[in-house]
Design a protein. Structure first.
Length: 94
């Protein structure tokens, strides 16, 4: 799933031209959050620390197969999170 250019997604471009997902600034009323494989044609490979702060309604996160690194506290604050799905392989969980 490529979202094209979506200004609600805050990302950092990595040295290898991939992206780190930093946070989602839009209003998110759903309970399942899908992290896209690509944003603006660039592959999302990392999730930053505290990426989901304040998103208390999310009960499930779906990770794309492109995620290689998940930073410490990436899911901190997700009080309602019960399920995480992904197809890995994750190279680094800090």
């Amino acid at each position: 799933m490529d979202l094209g250019v979506d200004t609600n997604y805050v990302t950092i471009e990595n040295d290898d031209n991939t992206l780190t997902f930093v946070r989602y600034n839009g209003v998110y009323s759903g309970s399942t959050f899908y992290i896209p494989e690509t944003i603006g044609g660039k592959t999302v490979t990392e999730i930053a620390a505290h990426a989901f702060d304040g998103k208390t309604n999310i009960t499930e996160i779906v990770l794309p197969k492109t995620i290689k690194k998940i930073s410490a506290y990436a899911f901190a604050g997700l009080e309602s999170l019960t399920t995480m799905r992904g197809t890995g392989p994750f190279q680094s969980l800090s």
